[in-house]
Design a protein around this ligand. Structure first.
Ligand code: GTP
Length: 355
């Protein structure tokens, strides 16, 4: 089965991390997000993938090439203007011949796709939608199903008095090829609002595939950080992975789970407390403290600086004795002058100097 991954969105909620690169290739544990997703798809037998792109397509293509290094075949299609989730799939119709998968390009999950495909085939439905539970269904589009799992109703942001289920659309679909005939070419449309509800009105069978497995989208900086904490905690407190090209001083204190990328230099008296990720080419000077933070590449952290539960994108220069507290997100190439203390939850645009 082929898969279409939707990666055309601007990722506005993930700014400032998505000003210089699309959400699809922000690093997850030092690996571009799409590599992570493609690995998962490959694990479920998907070997041909079409990337429906729009915003900043070139870095995605440069990063993944033809897919050989990941063991899959990749095709790239770029929209001139955003076509929405279903319009984007119609736009790649030339690559599709039979049933296929559609994936939102910002999900990390362990949903059992193999089982979902099997259920889809047995149910003979035209569409299957993966469903995942949330704590607060009132801010999502929820999907009601009957006792056999067949979808009976789509309810957009129900009030608490109308809530009958906490299962929401997980952004993973299996579609029969015939559904493409219902999508208008070159016109923006959404599966969630246009195509699925109209199939239901016409009495076409749509199945829900309910799963309690891990599922999160990396759509906001808070969730981006949470994904790291979840994935690292799963590896356990003993997990410390340091690339062989990096040097950590004997006096530095590293408490897992921690990942350190290539060519880093970590001085004595540095303290790294997991869950934390240090990207490639970072330099942490003596007395720096990193706690629960995600650092991208080429970041310099000066003496005595303290970074806690935050994200710092590539090229950050954090001088001596600065503080980056919980919830802060720094875009690319941000510089903090010596002793600068940020407030909790501050977001900083790329190429900014604060001091
Ligand atoms: P926000 O701007 O923060 O809402 O993010 P987003 O642009 O990624 O939108 P959203 O999270 O709703 O999109 C879910 C998935 O669909 C993401 O993987 C997007 O890249 C993708 N997507 C959204 N709109 C389009 C589109 O018009 N074309 C394509 N090809 N993909 C889209």
């Amino acid at each position: 089965m082929k898969a279409v991954i939707l990666v055309g969105g601007e990722g506005t909620r993930l700014r400032p991390l998505t000003w210089k690169r699309p959400k699809a290739i922000v690093p997850i544990l030092n690996q571009p997000f799409l590599e992570y997703l493609i690995d998962y798809l490959k694990g479920h037998g998907i070997e041909e993938i079409i990337l429906a792109m729009g915003y900043l397509p070139d870095p995605i293509q440069e990063c993944l090439g033809d897919g050989t290094k990941l063991g899959v075949r990749l095709h790239y299609v770029v929209e001139d203007t955003p076509l929405g989730t279903s319009g984007a799939v119609k736009n790649v119709e030339a690559y599709l011949d039979e049933s296929f998968l559609v994936f939102n390009g910002d999900i990390i999950t362990s949903i059992d796709l193999t089982k979902m495909i099997k259920q889809h085939q047995e149910s003979k439905s035209v569409v299957s939608i993966a469903l995942t539970p949330v704590d607060n269904p009132t801010i999502y589009g929820v999907i009601e199903t009957d006792e056999h799992g067949r979808v009976t109703r789509f309810v957009e942001k129900p009030g608490w008095d109308e809530v009958t289920t906490n299962m929401i659309n997980a952004g993973i679909y299996i579609l029969e090829h015939e559904v493409l005939a219902r999508i208008q070419a070159a016109k923006p449309s959404m599966f969630e609002h246009d195509i699925f509800p109209s199939l239901l009105i016409d009495g076409q069978p749509i199945m829900g595939y309910s799963s309690e497995s891990y599922w999160i989208d990396i759509g906001t900086p808070e969730k981006y950080l949470k994904v790291h904490q979840d994935l690292l905690r799963k590896k356990g407190g003993q997990f410390v992975k340091v690339d062989s090209t990096s040097h950590i001083d004997m006096q530095a204190k590293v408490e897992g789970p921690v990942i350190v990328g290539q060519n880093c230099v970590i001085s004595g008296d540095v303290s790294i407390k997991g869950p934390a990720v240090i990207g490639a080419g970072c330099r942490l000077d003596s007395g720096a403290v990193i706690e629960g933070a995600v650092l991208w590449d080429q970041i310099h952290v000066g003496k005595g600086a303290r970074l806690v539960d935050c994200v710092v994108a590539t090229g950050g220069r954090i001088h001596d004795d600065c503080l980056i507290p919980s919830g802060c997100v720094l875009g690319d190439n941000v510089e903090l002058e010596p002793g600068y203390m940020m407030s909790e939850g501050t977001k900083v645009e790329p190429d900014t100097t604060l001091g």
